[in-house]
Design a protein around this ligand. Sequence first.
Ligand SMILES: [Zn+2]
Length: 340
Amino acid sequence: MIIAAGVGLALSFGVYQFKTHKRQGGSVASRSSPESIKSGRASCRIEDLRLRLPVGGTAGKEWEIANYFDTNPAVSKIRDYMGSNGQDAVTYDGHAGIDFELSSFRPMDRGFPVLASADGVVEETYDHAPDRNRTCVKEKGNHVKLRHSNGFATIYEHLRRGSVLVHIGDRVAAGTPLGLVGSSGCSSFPHLHLEVQDCQERSLDVMGERLFESPPAYARSMPATVMETTIFQPSITDMASVMEPGDTDLDQVIQGREASIGVTVANMKARDMIKIEFLTPNNTLAPFVFEQSLQSFHARTHWWYNFTFDQSGRWLARISINGRIQSERPILATGHMAER
Ligand SMILES: [Zn+2]
């Protein structure tokens, strides 16, 4: 879409946002209770389980939480652990876990570890489902299931194919890498679905039950933050390129040819304003500026903006949210054929 034209500049932009993932399918098949539960050695008490976060990094930077547990059992009604309902709920109908999403397929391809949330024994693994399974046709995803000393289980779902590092029967300590974040199973984007089950295999709300030692802040109360930026040339024309930027992120573009900047933003609320502007090699603001806001909260949004630099030298792309600078990227413009 053309939104403006500066001096010899064609500008376009786009945004794509996800509200939800599809329902997680192909969950772990139920099986007979482990010996520790049958024999009564496990306490089956929720107080006896404390969890660490299953991913490293920082909320709003390396990952964001796209969906909490749906605490409303009624069909087609949703509520998250903070009591937000309907459109405001950060969950979807029937969601039985918590989703930690990455910024794009790039960190997934580079390898983003999934960590054991507590000491436990590996009870089940699956490692053969394809990645980038954008539909739910093949619902079974790669996963690891751990059994903990109180009899509860944690399940780590949608792992990258071939990444599982543990074997059935292994004892693992909290923090042990289990595999890598992927997008296998019923998943539209790289994320970890963490699910906690009690001794009767009922799924629990990790946030509502306060199972994390250091719980992440509620997504809707976090400030919007830039998770990732990518410079492309040739320019891009769709959101899929921002989601799948590949491994190339340019710091140099050819002057006079269209280029793009792709941006992933976490936790954008209604009326939060994203602004992308450029400082010219003369240190003045370029006449083309991108500014957009949303109508409602979105845990993850992908933005892109196409631009053409009309002079060579060192430019600076500056991304702000609500007037606060989040990211500044130098971009060297070089080699225009018509230059004399
Ligand atoms: Zn999920």
